[in-house]
Ligand binder design. Sequence first.
Ligand SMILES: Cc1ncc(COP(=O)(O)O)c(C=O)c1O
Length: 481
Amino acid sequence: MFFDIKIDKKSPVYIQLKNYIKNMILRGMMASGEKLPSTREMASRLKISRNTVMCAYDFLKDDGLIYMKKGKGAFVADVKVDFQEKWNVDWSNRINNYAKKATELDIIKSEVKWEKGMISFKSIAPDDKLFDVENFKKSFLNCISREGGKILNYGYAQGYKSLIKYLLKYMENKGINTTEKDIIITNGFTEGFDLILSCLTNAGDSVICENPTHNTAIKIMKLHKLNIVGVAMDEDGINLKDLKIKLTRQKPKLSYFIPSYHNPTGIVMPPEKRTKLYNILRENNIPIVEDGFNEELRYLSDHVSPIAALSGNGNSVIYIGSFSKILFPGIRIGWILADKQLIGYIESLKRSRNIHTSFLDQAVFYDYLKEGNFEKYIKKVRRFYKDKYEKAIDFARKYIPYSKIYGEGGLHIFIEVYGIDSRKLLNRCCKRGVIFTPGDIFYTDGGGGNTFRLGFSRVSDEDIERGFKIIGEEIKKLKSV
Ligand SMILES: Cc1ncc(COP(=O)(O)O)c(C=O)c1O
């Protein structure tokens, strides 16, 4: 006994010894009343210090697993080890329809996976090599020394007050009137959208949106059992004629739009179209959920105000912002700016679900933002992604026999090739080590079979060229079959 213990460098030695002995006792391998080796003996057997053994024994004593007899040493306590008959449950038969649906819609599980050596155009996450880790580290230390233990305690469902104040100002700088409006911090866009639908829709309600649209938004709407009414898109965004036709057929509860660097098309809706869209929805009294997820990544077109800026002191637009593309997605911080009373309802809902978004993360983030690091970072990444975007467009034009290339910036381009099946194309490319996102997952009506999205943010220029060349070659082969 004790000779088979393998001490490694992954965790403190006293914890490894404590866990080893604990395991033996709980598995019934050391009987109640059995004497443990003395600390000196154990230390010399395992070639560790006596202090380490004493520390391990101390913890075992605190856990009630051993007791000390003065002058005699340590003994195993009377621990009840009651082994019951093995009980297994068949969980796959017990999950409900909601979980089944979520699994069915989980494209991470069903789509082709990246393997080492592959060139992947699937991701539209930012390139982490650009993250300003040093300043983030400083903010973390500032925050901990300023706030102390308080920041590790419970916070408020609405969010960290200073961050909310910062974001209100930030939204005002986008031309949005924040009178009688408020902000709640969420775990990114994904939670924000889910909370809004939970507050404002019931199963069977209709929501109108662009077709194609953000796959996660489709998933959330489907999980809420909503009727998704997709509206066709033109090269400058939503087709207003189709919108009007769809509105004569049904009365949606809500509308959802991504006016800037739309996912998946990358289209930026021009200001005149935003105004027309706003007015049509106003006439029909259908509130707007505006997803402004990466409008800061504007590096080509002129400034375009969000739809929320059009509503002045009206309260019909709910704006969802997210730092996922413009800073760090891993920190999961987004926000909803909306009517004060509505934020109150959303706050109660959020509290009931997860109490609040991590206060430590919010506080560190606030410190990082207030030091002006965000502006510096955005300036740097705009240059970087503009260069990448231009290269991606050039390579796409050179190598891919496209019918249409969409995308005015952001982190991806969207390609349509008449007469091909992008899933067949993906299979062929995958065999040659190149993967991308087939466009059909973004469509609300099963369309988009001849489209695909190419995310370039994390792919080197050389790999963009190599990958696009392979995609182009496979398209030519597919077309000639
Ligand atoms: C349209 C759109 N909105 C929002 C987001 C960001 O979501 P989250 O903040 O949950 O990471 C994404 C991410 O890809 C997106 O494509």
